[in-house]
Design a protein around this ligand. Structure first.
Ligand code: SF4
Length: 364
């Protein structure tokens, strides 16, 4: 593949693997908090290349996976209201709620449309002014600016039938919550896409206060191997600092325009995360000036009580406490074709990554 092969160079990979083995002097636990990294690490078989002393954990990096079940239940309740159109990213549609999924609701005839961006949802609202359109706004700092642009545009054009149901999450509070819970992390493989927006300073507190080195990584084998080597060296030198490995995409200051519009439209509030519970200031909620676009504040809905998953340990997996094969349902009653939990639904979920690349040995 053009422009990618240089980041998959076998000779350089071998040298990095040798350097990793040479530098490993004890036990190291590193966590990635990005669904793209979860997939890449499994796809390229990175764990099998590392010394036994290095343990890689998948954390809360898949947006669909961390979205709480009650959010799915709320979206389903809205979908059942006449004259409401739900606009959602494709991954979310198959995530099981307590009693149904958006996919099942669509099959029942409710108006649920798959979109690729918040602006697509805005277009649907413009074309259907006699209906209320609710965009299911999920994802981290990577997707939030797109939602913010759509909200600002709706405001500018005086659109009255466009709403968002926000579950936009912030990554640093979750990274801190994991450590606060007592989970031992020696280094964070920090998310590449999130960091293109935020820059690197958002990890400073994790490095300084928690003493955990952070390296922002790209997604190719050489990126990940170099990141792991850098983390090992930082641990060995007791040097908890933040470093950007993914320099071809991430600037230390991030994308200032995106940060500006996020700040203008959103404010950080407390939020539930699947598996992690309530985390302070970890969700982006519309600012007062834009709350007329907030579905929950403007469209009344009755949501049935959320029922806990039976047997699904997705929450434990998102904290790095267990791995997908440790789930009794993995590759039995839970597969990508018949997912029981969110971690198997999403193309960035740890269970699907293990299923595709460890169990079924897919190579692409
Ligand atoms: Fe949940 Fe399925 Fe993963 Fe088990 S394999 S944790 S049931 S998503």
């Amino acid at each position: 593949m053009k422009y990618v092969h240089e980041f998959r160079n076998k000779e350089l990979s071998k040298k990095l693997i040798e350097a990793i083995h040479h530098s490993t002097t004890g036990q190291y636990t590193f966590m990635e908090v990005c669904g793209g990294h979860t997939m890449a690490i499994q796809k390229f078989g990175i764990p099998s290349l590392l010394p036994a002393g290095i343990k890689l954990l998948s954390g809360p990096g898949c947006p669909v996976c961390v979205t709480e079940k009650s959010y799915i239940d709320t979206a389903i309740a809205y979908a059942r209201i006449k004259n409401i159109i739900i606009a959602t990213f494709g991954d979310l549609i198959r995530v099981p709620g307590s009693r149904s999924s958006l996919e099942e609701e669509k099959a029942q005839g409710n108006d649920i449309r798959i979109v690729f961006s918040a602006l697509d949802a805005l277009t649907i609202a413009k074309e259907n002014r006699n209906k209320q359109v609710i965009f299911l706004a999920i994802g981290f700092e990577t997707t939030a600016p797109g939602t913010a642009v759509a909200v600002e545009e709706a405001n500018r054009t005086g659109l009255k039938n466009f709403f968002i149901l926000s579950a936009h999450k912030l990554m640093p509070p979750a990274m801190k919550a994991i450590v606060d819970e007592g989970i031992k992390i020696d280094g964070y493989i920090c998310p590449g896409h999130v960091s293109t927006i935020t820059g690197s300073a958002i990890y400073d507190e994790i490095a300084k206060k928690y003493g955990i080195p952070c390296v922002i990584s790209g997604f190719e084998p050489l990126d990940l191997l170099q990141t792991i080597l850098t983390l090992i060296k930082k641990v060995n030198k007791n040097e908890p600092t933040v470093e950007i490995q993914y320099k071809r995409a991430v600037h230390p200051s991030g994308n200032l325009k995106a940060q500006e519009i996020m700040k203008k439209i959103f404010t950080a509030t407390d939020s539930e995360w699947r598996g992690l519970g309530n985390i302070a200031k970890s969700k982006l909620t519309l600012n007062k000036a834009y709350e007329h676009f907030d579905a929950e504040k403007n469209i009344p809905v009755e949501v049935e009580e959320t029922i806990d998953d039976k047997g699904c340990i997705c929450g434990e997996i998102l904290k790095g406490l267990q791995s997908p094969p440790e789930c009794a349902l993995f590759d039995k009653s839970c597969t990508p074709d018949n997912p029981v939990g969110a971690c198997m639904v999403s193309s960035e979920g740890a269970c699907q990554a293990y299923y595709r690349y460890q169990t079924k040995k897919e190579t692409s």
